[in-house]
Design a protein. Structure first.
Length: 254
């Protein structure tokens, strides 16, 4: 009788689809609002989501979506245990930074009908340039010099929290140039009734923006780095890029 009771105690949670032993830790991760193919379906899928989940299989990941600018303060404000899309600028704030985990292949995108010629960063000055929050720090020293507050191009330059709004701003304003990952731009343009046939993509000068994660806890950061190295060494990272249709240029594996 005692053996039957023990078997029932073991089988009951399994029949309900519950794990027998719960040994995962919850990790709250601040991540951008949906910007397919990187973050999609309310952070249930997408390249970034899957990289983080696969690199930290021992954790129950809870993604908290917010604007680009808000992510950078999520740990400090006590909202999250980790932040995505971090680029180490100045003070570390006591955070533990991971290795680079994701890359965005940036283009300057303009309307084909306007026939704008862009051969270098200086050619952007004077146009309505739209980028993501913090982009003036992410796109190399020449871009930072021209588009930081007070720079020669800063008067007509805006940074927007959400990729969807960034693309909408582009289509609503003439003489606009969007600085953005091409895959993200194509997705939101299609959703807003536009085609990539309407635009020119200029790629001669912008670097691939490769970002790190920031963690509140050093141990979790180390586990993430180990998981990321495993994804690289097994070829799983490259498979994820192909799965989501993202250029090999975005591969952070060395």
């Amino acid at each position: 009788m005692r053996n039957k009771t023990l078997k029932l105690l073991v089988l009951f949670p399994l029949l309900l689809g519950l794990p027998l032993f719960a040994n995962t830790s919850e990790l709250k991760v601040a991540i951008a609002n949906d910007a397919p193919p990187y973050v999609a379906d309310n952070a249930k899928s997408g390249l970034e989501v899957e990289i983080i989940q696969q690199a930290l299989p021992g954790y129950s990941i809870k993604f908290l979506q917010m604007g680009w600018g808000d992510i950078q303060n999520a740990i400090k404000n006590g909202i999250a245990d980790a932040e995505t899309n971090v680029y180490e600028h100045g003070e570390t704030g006591g955070h533990f930074f991971s290795n680079k985990y994701v890359g965005f292949v940036n283009y300057a995108i303009s309307r084909k009908s306007e026939d704008i010629k862009i051969d270098n960063v200086n050619d952007l000055v004077g146009h309505h340039v739209i980028a993501w929050k913090g982009a003036h720090l992410d796109l190399g020293p020449e871009f930072e010099r021209l588009f930081s507050p007070g720079g020669a191009g800063s008067k007509n330059y805006v940074e927007i929290q959400d990729s969807r709004d960034q693309v909408r701003d582009f289509w609503q304003n003439e003489d606009s140039i969007a600085i953005i990952d091409k895959s993200i731009f194509a997705h939101f343009s299609m959703k807003q009734g536009h085609s990539m046939d309407e635009v020119d993509t200029h790629k001669v000068f912008l670097p691939v923006s490769k970002f790190k994660m920031a963690f509140k806890d050093e141990k979790t950061r180390d586990e993430f780095n180990k998981g990321l190295a495993r994804l690289c060494s097994t070829g799983e990272y490259a498979k994820l890029l192909r799965k989501h249709g993202i250029s090999e240029k975005a591969n952070i594996c060395e």
